[in-house]
Design a protein around this ligand. Structure first.
Ligand code: NAD
Length: 374
């Protein structure tokens, strides 16, 4: 039987530095009987030169050959129309395809006749999907990185410092939204020596926040907004206004604010209002992981920018932080892809088994059908 051919492409966006297959995973795939194609320069922005792929038995080829010569395309971001136009019937494309936030993506994949596998639909609470959970692996990198970029912009120490020239107080950090990214941010801020608070609308996260040595904030206005599948539900407008008002005191009492709140299928909730930003001390730093063109968790955050307000509060777009740490992010991401191949490729052949509860969740298009159409 011919080997299954898998290709990693160079991501089109200039700010996307990750690559879907790193050399270490390419080596394991080659050993496992795959033919691995890598577009020239695919790993260069993550410091994986072409040679590191050829050294382990992968073939470095032009983009057109990677697309036309593969059965499976591994990508990081949403494929654009040009890429979809170059695919062939029945080809599999796997990645964080963006179908969860944009329903048009699954239709475009179906129209192109490809089998789209969007890792963002991974059922996250099954034990066998832990190794395939790209949302978690990438959120974890982003949460870690958020504290480093905040610390870099902050003008004071993160840790308490006792020196001959005096004592510096530790920085005060609050993390709003304590899912995967938020917990990683808390752990990182603690390791740097900051005093850390965490807040979430899911009461279940209290124990996780406290186990990292941070203080869990409980608001009077919103006690419990846990939704389905471990996610939060959207707040009503009244709840949201009350939450924003109550959070203001906590936000202004801290030096660094990291926001990570997401609600599946919705635009991120605003947690830090312009009024709260205006009342923060000069020198404070905010990192908004939910920042997007549609708005984020923080009023005044701007995609692709670091904004410094007139009174000296720095607001950083934190939406691309995983791509800003592309070495680790790509390594974990490509292990997620390899784990998925473990259920997609059976006895050396692709088998899109829609009876499998994992594949049925992540396959967004197949045989020309949009599987996420309502
Ligand atoms: P997410 O990215 O969807 O959201 C980040 C956090 O923001 C969540 O904790 C959410 O509760 C919180 N949030 C949303 N709206 C909010 C609001 N208005 N105010 C305050 N907080 C708000 O979440 P995630 O990090 O992907 O994790 C979602 C859930 O999935 C968590 O319960 C996590 O523990 C769980 N999870 C479980 C596993 C597993 O079982 N192995 C793996 C991954 C994730």
């Amino acid at each position: 039987m011919a080997a299954v051919r898998i290709a990693a492409l160079r991501e089109v966006s200039e700010i996307e530095r990750r690559v879907a297959i790193v050399p270490e995973v390419a080596a394991r795939l080659v050993k496992g009987g795959y033919e691995v194609l890598v577009e020239k320069g695919a790993g260069s922005r993550a410091f994986f030169p072409d040679q590191s792929y050829t050294d382990v038995g992968a073939k470095v080829v032009a983009r057109a050959e990677a697309i036309s010569g593969s059965d499976i395309l591994a990508v990081v971001d949403t494929p654009d129309a040009t890429l979809l136009g170059a695919t062939h019937q029945g080809q599999v494309i796997v990645g964080l395809l963006g179908a969860r936030s944009d329903p048009a993506v699954a239709q475009a994949l179906a129209d192109a006749g490809v089998t789209g596998i969007d890792l963002a639909f991974m059922p996250r609470t099954l034990s066998r999907t832990q190794t395939m959970d790209a949302l978690s692996s990438q959120s974890s990198v982003a949460g870690y990185r958020s504290v480093l970029v905040a610390a870099e912009k902050f003008s004071r120490y993160m840790a308490m410092m006792v020196t001959a020239a005096g004592t510096a107080k530790p920085a005060r950090v609050i993390v709003l939204g304590t899912g995967v990214a938020g917990l990683q941010a808390i752990g990182t801020a603690k390791r740097l020596g900051a005093m850390v608070q965490g807040y979430d609308v899911r009461p279940a996260s209290r124990g996780e926040v406290e186990s990292l040595g941070a203080t869990f904030i409980e608001l009077q206005s919103v006690k419990d907004a846990a939704g389905e599948g471990g996610y939060a539900r959207a707040l009503t407008p009244e709840e949201q206004a009350a939450q924003q008002a109550e959070l203001e005191g906590y936000v202004t009492a801290n030096d660094i604010v990291i926001t990570t709140a997401q609600v599946p299928g919705r635009k991120p909730p605003v947690m830090v209002t312009a009024k709260a930003v205006a009342e923060m001390k000069a020198g404070s730093v905010i990192v908004d992981l939910g920042c997007s063109a549609l708005g984020g968790n923080v009023e005044g955050s701007q995609p692709g920018q670091t904004v410094i307000t007139d009174h000296g509060v720095t607001i950083i777009d934190g939406s691309n932080l995983a791509a800003e740490m592309p070495g680790s992010a790509s390594s974990f991401y490509s292990r997620n892809i390899m784990a998925l191949l473990g259920i997609l490729v059976v006895d050396g052949a692709i088998n899109v088994n829609l009876e499998d509860e994992v594949l049925t969740a992540v396959v967004v298009s197949h045989d020309g059908q949009n599987r996420k159409a309502n």
